[in-house]
Design a protein around this ligand. Structure first.
Ligand SMILES: [Zn+2]
Length: 191
């Protein structure tokens, strides 16, 4: 009998693995960035709108839903999140997608295209009432993949969570810092 150490195959969630995409802690778009009244629950990986978003690991899609919309906040466009329960046990939330390619219950493989990068901010609607970090983004209105990593089922709505941010200073119990997880992914070498 052969004994193997199972090594989960992982793919980077965007076509190009660029170290520059990974923000250092404290930078705009980095994990747990302090946004005054809220903290950032994920990492923002800036990419052109429409760029494919790729499943990092094999898993099952457990939720696809609207993440932002003009009905929630007037300067938001409609974007989606996809949550995948990876076979390794971790949960990945891929957020701010313009369009999803998968639905709840789908089984996905690492490397599979699951959606496309969207743009949350609608520049024309951003006014002086928007938070400071939004004002800073206004002029370049970057499109991005907002990525969260959880060790339990991700929070998607509620008193403390809105649009990828956590209102409060205390880190949600099951939320992980995805920086090293993303950094450790070897580019799509297995595909
Ligand atoms: Zn974000």
């Amino acid at each position: 009998m052969n004994l193997f150490i199972i090594k989960w195959m992982r793919a980077f969630p965007l076509p190009e693995k660029t170290e520059k995409l990974l923000r250092e802690n404290g930078e705009s778009g980095s994990f747990w960035e302090d946004r005054k009244d809220r903290h950032h629950c994920g990492i923002d990986l800036y990419a052109p709108e429409g760029e494919p978003v790729i499943a990092i690991e094999d898993g099952e899609v457990i939720d696809v839903d609207i993440m932002t919309s003009p009905e929630m906040i007037s300067y938001w466009n409609e974007t989606y999140h996809i949550i995948i329960r990876n076979h390794s046990g971790l949960f990945c939330k891929y957020g701010e997608l313009g369009s999803p390619n998968v639905k709840t219950g789908d089984i996905v493989e690492a490397g599979q295209v699951i959606g496309h990068v969207g743009t949350v901010l609608n520049n024309k609607k951003i006014d002086g009432n928007a938070p400071e970090y939004i004002q800073k983004l206004k002029d370049n209105n970057p499109s991005m993949l907002h990525f969260e990593l959880w060790e339990g089922e991700p929070v998607v709505e509620g008193r403390n969570y809105l649009g990828g941010n956590w209102f409060g200073d205390e880190l949600p119990e099951k939320l992980l810092d995805p920086t090293e997880y993303l950094r450790s992914i070897k580019s799509n070498e297995n595909k």
